[in-house]
Design a protein around this ligand. Structure first.
Ligand code: IPE
Ligand code: IPE
Ligand code: MG
Length: 256
C-alpha cells in the first residue's frame, strides 16, 4: 500500500472530528406531505437546513462538506418538481453566494452540469470563480451527480490518455483513479450522514465512501439542525476506524 495512503489512514483513524462530511439530504418531500404542503415547500425548508449545517461546519472547523442536492436519477421525478428544484437552485445560489464568500467558504460543484440550463451553468461557474481563493470550509454541491457517472468519466479520461500514449496501463492504480474522480484533492469523507430514515447510498460517492463511517437518522432533512449534526459528530467520535487492522493495533498506534 502506498505510504501516503497509509499515513492518511493512520491520521484519519485518530481523528475525533471528521475532516470531510458527506450528506444525503433526504426527506424533504415527506416533511412537506406530513404538513399537507406541496413537496416543493419541503425543498424550500431544506435550504434552511443547508444554511444551518454549513454554519455548524464552519464553527467546528470542518474542512469540507459535500451535499447531495440532485442525483443523476432525480430527473425521473415529475417534470414540475424538477423545474421547481432548478428554480430553487438558481434563487438560492443568487442569494447565498455573496454571504458564503464573505464567510471565506470555497464553493464547488460536482456532477454533469451540461444537462443544466446554460444560465444556471454560468452561475455555478461564477460562484466557483468568486470563491476559489477562499481558505475556510470547502462546500461541494453534488448536482446531477452519480457515483457511477463519476467512475465512468474517470475511466474514460484514463483510457483517452492511454490511447494518446500519455499513460501506461500498468501505471493505473487506485491513487491514479482517485485523482481522476470528482473531489480529488479533498480528503475522502470521514463521515457520511443520511437523513430521512432510508439506509442506502443511492449512487452517491461510491468510490470515495469505501472507508467512510456511515450514520443514518430518521430525522427528515428540514428538521435536521445543529444539535442533530452534533449528535452525528458525537457518534463519529465514538467509532474506532480500523481500515482492516485489529482493534488492538489501532489502540496501540493511538497511544504511540
Ligand atoms: C431530498 O428529499 C431532496 C432531493 C432529492 C432533491 P426528497 O425529495 O427525496 O424527499 P422524500 O424522500 O420524497 O421525502
Ligand atoms: C438521494 O435521495 C438524492 C438526493 C438527496 C439529492 P433520493 O430521495 O433521490 O434517493 P432514493 O431514490 O430514495 O434512493
Ligand atoms: Mg428521497
Amino acid at each position: 500500500m502506498a505510504q501516503e495512503q497509509l499515513q492518511a489512514e493512520t491520521q484519519a483513524g485518530q481523528q475525533s472530528l471528521p475532516r470531510h462530511v458527506a450528506i444525503i439530504m433526504d426527506g424533504n418531500g415527506r416533511w412537506a406531505k406530513s404538513r399537507n404542503l406541496p413537496r416543493y415547500m419541503g425543498h424550500r425548508a431544506g435550504v434552511k437546513s443547508v444554511r444551518r449545517v454549513v454554519e455548524a461546519c464552519r464553527q467546528r472547523g470542518i474542512e469540507a462538506l459535500t451535499l447531495f442536492a440532485f442525483s443523476s436519477e432525480n430527473w425521473r421525478r415529475p417534470r414540475i418538481e424538477v423545474g421547481l428544484l432548478m428554480d430553487l437552485f438558481v434563487r438560492t445560489l443568487k442569494k447565498e453566494v455573496h454571504r458564503l464568500d464573505q464567510n471565506n467558504v470555497r464553493v464547488r460543484f460536482i456532477g454533469d452540469r451540461s444537462a443544466f440550463d446554460p444560465k444556471l451553468q454560468k452561475m455555478m461557474h461564477a460562484a466557483e470563480q468568486k470563491t476559489a481563493d477562499n481558505t475556510g470550509l470547502t462546500l461541494v454541491i453534488a448536482a446531477n451527480y452519480g457515483g457511477r457517472w463519476d467512475l465512468v468519466e474517470a475511466t474514460r479520461r484514463m483510457a483517452a490518455q492511454v490511447a494518446a500514449g500519455e499513460l501506461e496501463v500498468d501505471d493505473i492504480d487506485s491513487e491514479r483513479l482517485a485523482g481522476e474522480l470528482c473531489n480529488a484533492g479533498l480528503p475522502e469523507p470521514d463521515l457520511f450522514i443520511r437523513t430521512g430514515g432510508e439506509q442506502r447510498i443511492s449512487n452517491y460517492l461510491l468510490w470515495q465512501l469505501a472507508y467512510t463511517e456511515l450514520y443514518f437518522t430518521d430525522l427528515l432533512w428540514p428538521d435536521f439542525d445543529a444539535a442533530a449534526f452534533d449528535e452525528a459528530l458525537q457518534s463519529f467520535a465514538r467509532r474506532q476506524r480500523r481500515f482492516g487492522k485489529t482493534g488492538d493495533q489501532v489502540e496501540q498506534s493511538r497511544r504511540a
